[in-house]
Design a protein around this ligand. Structure first.
Ligand SMILES: C[S@@+](CC[C@H](N)C(=O)[O-])C[C@H]1O[C@@H](n2cnc3c(N)ncnc32)[C@H](O)[C@@H]1O
Length: 274
């Protein structure tokens, strides 16, 4: 396990991914019944943008650094969280568990899994006093099988793997399919990098295997293929909340004007069985 998110936190892909995550969380808080979130690959929660890792190759400058001062009306809840975490000056980046935490009400819960021992220890320490949050040092894919469905009948599974090796797509595809079988009412959100077109295709097929009518595929590339080796990322969302597509469209339009070098592109597709 070499991947450490501290080197990448707040980059252009994080901005797209986390703004989209905030849309789903916002919708979950619209109903009074409690919800549960399983964050399978959680990282450390909050990233110090002045720390060694972030400074070595400051990817955040071309990501959150471009939106922090000017704002992002298309993702106001996400912007609010960035401002709450930072005040007036951008110094930290809230990762997925911290964003999720900020939406939890008294009876909602977050289960966060992180396999890396040091990162899991940091995450545990961060949330040790919050009874709504359980941190497990464990394989997030196994947690999908072991912990779903949660006792709350509504909620989200957020799957954001590092894509360090070839087997990742296979494991993610299997987890998505088995998670949907176990918890057919849950929203599932899985992230993938736009490095190999086959990954998005395979995940789309896995989303459709459960015959879920409300599956969306959204991709945002800050750069053109000949400009950067890491262009951006995609999301597969199963049981997508109503009008998520509209919010994602507005988000992509807004981000295309701010991120990248003027050649950003995006796609949004409602997945339907062939
Ligand atoms: C892309 S980062 C996650 C970032 C985080 N979701 C966020 O948005 O702030 C992937 C994380 O997954 C962890 N990881 C790798 N393999 C894992 C596995 N099988 N189960 C759980 N965590 C894993 C890595 O240590 C890394 O912290």
């Amino acid at each position: 396990m070499n991947y450490r998110h501290a080197f990448h936190a707040g980059n252009h892909a994080d901005v797209f991914k986390h703004a989209a995550l905030s849309f789903v969380l916002e919708r979950l808080t619209e109903k009074p019944a409690p919800f549960a979130v399983l964050d399978t690959h959680a990282g450390i929660g909050v990233y110090d943008l002045a720390g060694d890792e972030a400074r070595r190759n400051p990817e955040f400058e071309a990501g959150v650094g471009r939106i922090f001062d000017r704002g992002l009306d298309a993702a106001s809840a996400y912007m609010e969280r960035l401002r709450e975490a930072n005040g007036a000056k951008l110094t930290v980046y809230p990762g997925s568990p911290e964003l999720i935490r900020s939406f939890l009400r008294e009876r909602d819960q977050l289960i966060a899994c992180e396999l890396h021992p040091e990162d899991a220890a940091r995450l545990k320490a961060r949330y040790r006093r919050d009874p709504r949050i359980a941190v497990h040092q464990r394989d997030g894919y196994e947690a999908v099988n072991a912990l779903l469905p949660p006792r709350e009948r509504r909620g989200l599974v957020f799957i954001d793997p590092p894509f360090e090796d070839e087997a990742e797509t296979e494991r993610l595809t299997a987890a998505l399919a088995s998670g949907l079988r176990r918890w057919s009412a849950g929203v599932f959100m899985a992230w993938y990098p736009l490095t190999d077109a086959r990954v998005g295709e395979r995940l789309s097929r896995a989303a459709l295997a459960g015959a879920f009518p409300k599956a969306l595929r959204a991709e945002f590339a800050a750069y053109a293929a000949d400009e950067a080796s890491f262009r951006g990322g995609g999301l597969i969302v199963c049981n997508a909340p109503w009008r998520l597509d509209e919010k994602l469209r507005a988000l992509c339009e807004a981000l295309a004007g701010v991120l990248g070098d003027g050649r950003a592109s995006w796609r949004l597709e409602q997945l339907t069985p062939a």
